[in-house]
Design a binder for this molecule. Structure first.
Ligand code: MN
Length: 269
């Protein structure tokens, strides 16, 4: 199995290289790294189309896998990797290990999930891996890297069609986790707040911030899994975004809009 690794925390991320090392040391898995020069956390599925992209091959010595540093976004990295940089096709895209969970609506903002989604758009299965870490608590990311490679091995017979798996692994450097759960995306584990501030020039400015959600996590959600110390696996649907059960509600709207268009007057006259 050959994998393309990327990471929205940027090419300097220690969690990226811990996973790359684990891949390099795993029998039966080969890999390439294509990662952004800068951090792109919470920048979603942005791509670079108004300026050129630059890719620099990192020196072979000193890195566990062949690797490129790219001037663009995580999604750019996957596009460049799959369509230009890599010397051979890969079977799967792995985005991560992200430093911090990607739960619930995080997946809409996450550059990690976006990189994995780009793999699916490229026709491949993909895994987005995130690991929570409490601030001030050092972690080597060894355990989430080992879990990720075990998952790659166990999923190796499902590489013939695209799918996307969002994986969240609790912060730990040992194997004392509370099981492995298949979960749904939960309600968001925090609430949005906007903090008012003043910049150095005295101008009013604002910071997007979050506070812990007062509710308890919904049973069976990814939030509940990681709160209880379990590994969370959430399969995501990305290719079928059309909401077909809204068709019926749109029919009278379409009929009325067509009638008004046909009158040649009124709002369109
Ligand atoms: Mn990130």
């Amino acid at each position: 199995m050959r994998v393309l690794l990327s990471n929205d925390d940027g090419i300097e991320s220690p969690a990226l290289w811990r996973l790359a090392l684990e891949v390099a040391e795993s029998s039966g898995i080969e890999g390439y790294v294509v990662a952004p020069a800068e951090e792109w956390s919470a920048q979603g599925h942005a791509i670079t189309v108004r300026e050129p992209l630059y890719a620099e091959r990192l020196p072979a010595s000193g890195y566990p896998l062949p690797a490129w540093r790219v001037s663009g976004t995580p999604a750019d990295c996957i596009k460049l990797g799959l369509h230009s940089l890599l010397p051979e096709p890969v079977d799967l895209v792995v985005a991560g290990i992200n430093q911090g969970f990607n739960l619930a609506t995080d997946v809409l903002y996450s550059g990690t999930v976006a990189a994995a989604t780009e793999g699916v758009l490229g026709g491949l299965p993909a895994i987005a891996v995130s690991s929570g870490h409490e601030s001030g608590t050092p972690t080597t990311y060894q355990f989430p890297a080992q879990v990720t490679c075990q998952l790659l091995n166990l999923l190796s017979d499902q590489m013939d069609h695209p799918w996307l798996l969002n994986v969240n692994i609790p912060a730990t450097d040992d194997a004392r986790v509370n099981g492995v759960w298949i979960t749904e995306l939960g309600p968001c584990p925090y609430i949005d707040v906007v903090r008012s501030d003043e910049d150095e020039a005295g101008r009013a400015c604002y910071w997007l911030a979050i506070e812990p959600h007062p509710d308890r996590p919904v049973a069976g959600s990814d939030w509940e899994a990681v709160q209880k110390g379990a590994i969370s696996l959430t399969p995501l649907e990305v290719l079928r975004l059309t909401k077909t059960n809204h068709f019926a509600g749109l029919v009278p709207v379409v009929e009325e809009l067509q009638a008004r268009l046909g009158e040649g007057a009124g709002p369109f006259g």
